[in-house]
Design a protein. Structure first.
Length: 304
């Protein structure tokens, strides 16, 4: 387990730190179209939030995205074992991280969606920290814990934070109010994988996401949100289209050998059973077909 997930002496999972701390727009990394390549794996929630940011900011036609497939046999033919080796071969240094920043200067500035409005920044930052520590990373702390105390601590933080957010969403549509912001974006990748993957694989089974009525309604609502259509006609669809939940379930069950030695994949719940595909998304898409401006669920940048 320690090779898969670094541990403290008390059995707590310790997520590795990453040396790449730059921003697009720094002198070493100029904001230019077609200069960057992103390797994104569908099962990875950290990759997913980057994919969400690209889609929402309308950058999918400015940055090359390569979809990684978790196929060890094919990877061995390229003489690499993991993404960090690809990153090292291409840069000669450091480590890469699928959870790269989502607030950096965009390579195209005309995107009208503002995921972090200045007047909400303090609230968003506070939520981001809480969501990361207790939920995004909290499910991994639960799944990779090697002592009962470490597991119990992670679980307490997870469930208490979910209760807090469920209460918060009882009086508002999104985490900071009427608009979908970066805080919602950071929660969505974990939420969409929770019942299908984390509840069993990571032993987060005391309750299901769907047992929290406000969080469940928020998830279904977010999944149906329309994505902007780019000037060239690309883009569109819904947030649900940015992830294949059934592929996530397959990957977690087959790739995390220490947690599931037999490699048997659970039959569900599927994306359809979770309400994350079909009906509502299709209706939303039909209602907004032909329009490049989704309903005002996103904060518009001043002057755009």
């Amino acid at each position: 387990m320690r090779e898969l997930a670094p541990q403290s002496k008390d059995g707590d999972y310790k997520r590795p730190t990453y040396s790449f701390q730059h921003k697009i727009g720094d002198p070493e990394f100029p904001a230019e179209n077609d200069l960057y390549v992103l390797y994104l794996g569908n099962p990875c929630p950290w990759c997913h939030r980057v994919a969400l940011a690209l889609a929402l900011r309308g950058l999918t036609d400015n940055i090359t995205v390569i979809r990684a497939i978790d196929d060890p046999e094919r990877a061995s033919r390229a003489l690499v074992r993991n993404f960090n080796e690809i990153f090292f071969l291409s840069t000669g240094r450091g480590k890469g991280d699928g959870g790269g920043g989502i607030r950096e200067k965009s390579v195209r500035e005309e995107s009208w969606i503002d995921l972090c409005p200045e007047h909400l920044k303090a609230d968003i930052d506070a939520l981001n920290e809480k969501i990361y520590e207790s939920i995004n990373n909290g499910v991994y702390k639960s799944g990779f814990a090697t002592t009962q105390d470490a597991y119990d601590t992670a679980q307490h933080a997870l469930w208490s934070t979910l209760e807090e957010l469920n209460t918060l969403l009882g009086s508002r549509r999104f985490l900071t109010g009427e608009y979908f912001t970066e805080a919602d974006l950071r929660l969505f990748p974990t939420a969409v994988r929770f019942d299908a993957v984390y509840s069993v694989v990571f032993k987060c089974s005391a309750r299901r996401w769907s047992d929290f009525p406000n969080l469940h309604a928020w998830l279904i609502d977010c999944a149906a949100l329309p994505l902007p259509i780019n000037a060239d006609g690309s883009g569109g669809g819904t947030l649900a289209d940015t992830v294949d939940v059934d592929d996530c379930r397959r990957s977690y069950y087959t790739q995390l050998f220490p947690l599931n030695p037999g490699g048997i994949v659970a039959s569900g719940p599927t994306a359809v059973q979770l309400g994350l595909q079909g009906g509502q998304q299709q209706r939303q898409s039909i209602e907004n077909r032909g329009s490049r401006l989704p309903p005002q669920v996103y904060h518009r940048k001043p002057g755009l």
